[in-house]
Design a protein around this ligand. Structure first.
Ligand SMILES: Cc1cc2nc3c(=O)[nH]c(=O)nc-3n(C[C@H](O)[C@H](O)[C@H](O)COP(=O)(O)OP(=O)(O)OC[C@H]3O[C@@H](n4cnc5c(N)ncnc54)[C@H](O)[C@@H]3O)c2cc1C
Length: 393
């Protein structure tokens, strides 16, 4: 059997999972290389904790070399070009050739897609969460606007969870009567893909804390000098502190390679994660936030659904892709495909959380099941984060 090279672009949830799973499935002569522009992996969920001053970056991150199987090569380099016909990847250090390719580059965050939005704070990046932490430490009261200007965005519960935890933190500091939080979102309901029950549950949790919820708000601009957000419907939201989920987009390198479809993301087969277009993409897979995964079910006949962007899905897709690639190389049938199953935790403050489990390929529409919130589910979330930071070597 001829030795092959699998290149994995991006060493986040999807890339690490694909690399480690594939290493276990393939004999050592088949090379597996992960390329990422930064040396350290971090858990997305930890950024909310950084914002609240509960953890540092060091506590939510780990060197990728410690998380990757010793039989996987890691290259720290920025990917600058992808040539599908030559089957090469150009980085700022070297150009590499692939036999199989896994694209796991995540989503880029771009505040500039909305005029004036650069004035907002964000906890969606590590640096943003660190800056916001310092601002919140000095915050003595006023209007906090949480803005979700575009969909899709990663971890659909995250802004709602952040608002609830922020409310809890302000209450603990005796600022409950002096601060008001309101969420303005382009979505029709929180976690819309997870179904009406999940949305209703979150709305009730917000309302219990008097956190304002304003759906279907399309932002025209942010007027930083007047401290107000202007919406297409003529409405305005005044703020003393503006926190935004930055608009997401596929990284430039895959847009340049014309791998993105009309949704702006890479279209893939929902079970194998094989890239659908353009021609010349045989042996090319994509996983995680960078993909658009159409769902078979829907809530309204004319509205299609896409799989939410989350680490749990990226990870499961990475495993499924490893099985596809190994099966192709070893001449067997793949033992696993992506089944559209995942879960999320919604933290509610005071060491309580609720876990919701979802089957997103279910018909007639995705289903999410949850239990009553408690401390055991909060501890499960801590374990889930810790698991992702545990060295494999
Ligand atoms: C506040 C917050 C809370 C969250 N909570 C949860 C949660 O509780 N559960 C959950 O499942 N998900 C959660 N998520 C979402 C989760 O973090 C993402 O969905 C997940 O990281 C996606 O994995 P990925 O492999 O697709 O991309 P990523 O993990 O983002 O990895 C992409 C990698 O590609 C690299 N890269 C990109 N472009 C280049 C380039 N040109 N050259 C070299 N390297 C490049 C990046 O450095 C990065 O390491 C949360 C996200 C946020 C922001």
């Amino acid at each position: 059997m001829t030795a092959t090279t699998t290149l994995i672009l991006g060493g986040g949830f999807g890339g690490i999972s694909a690399a480690n799973s594939l290493r276990r499935l393939l004999p050592g002569e088949h090379a597996i290389t992960v390329i990422d522009g930064s040396s350290h992996f971090h858990v997305g969920a930890g950024k909310t904790w950084i914002m609240l001053g509960e953890r540092t970056y060091e506590e939510i991150s780990r060197a990728r070399t410690e998380l990757l199987d010793p039989g996987v090569r890691f290259i720290e380099a920025n990917i600058v070009g992808l040539d599908l016909s030559k089957r090469t990847v150009a980085t700022d250090k070297e150009t590499l050739r692939w036999d199989r390719l896994v694209i796991a580059l995540g989503a880029d965050l771009n505040l500039d897609r909305v005029p004036g939005l650069a004035a907002a704070h964000t906890f969606y990046t590590v640096e943003g969460a660190q800056r916001l932490r310092a601002v919140l430490e000095r915050f003595a009261g006023g209007e906090i606007a949480m803005l979700i200007p575009k969909v899709p965005f990663k971890c659909p519960p995250a802004p709602y969870e952040a608002a609830i935890l922020l409310h809890h933190a302000l209450e603990s500091r005796g600022l409950a009567g002096k601060a008001r939080i309101a969420i303005y979102t382009a979505e029709g309901a929180p976690m819309a893909t997870a179904g009406p029950e999940m949305g209703q549950y979150i709305k009730e949790e917000l309302s219990r804390r008097r956190i304002g919820f304003h759906p279907l708000k399309t932002v025209t601009k942010v007027d930083g000098s007047a401290r107000r957000v202007v919406f297409e419907d003529g409405g305005e939201a005044p703020y003393d502190l503006l926190i935004a989920v930055p608009p997401h987009e596929a990284p430039q390198v895959v847009r340049d390679a014309r791998l993105t479809g009309p949704s702006g993301w890479i279209p893939v087969d929902p079970r194998t994660m094989q890239v659908k277009a353009p021609p010349g993409t045989s042996g090319v897979y994509a996983v995680g936030d960078i993909t658009a995964v159409p769902l078979p079910g829907r809530y309204k006949p004319d509205v299609g659904l896409s799989l939410p962007k989350a680490g749990v899905f990226a990870e499961a897709q990475g495993r499924a892709v490893a099985h596809q690639i190994a099966a192709g190389i070893l001449g067997r049938a793949p033992a696993e495909t992506f089944e559209g199953k995942g879960f999320c935790y919604l933290e509610l403050g005071a060491r309580r959380a609720v876990r919701a489990d979802g089957a997103f390929f279910e018909l007639p529409h995705p289903v999410m099941q949850k239990r009553m919130p408690d401390e055991a589910q909060f501890r499960d979330k801590l374990d889930w984060v810790a698991q992702h930071l545990r060295p494999v070597r």
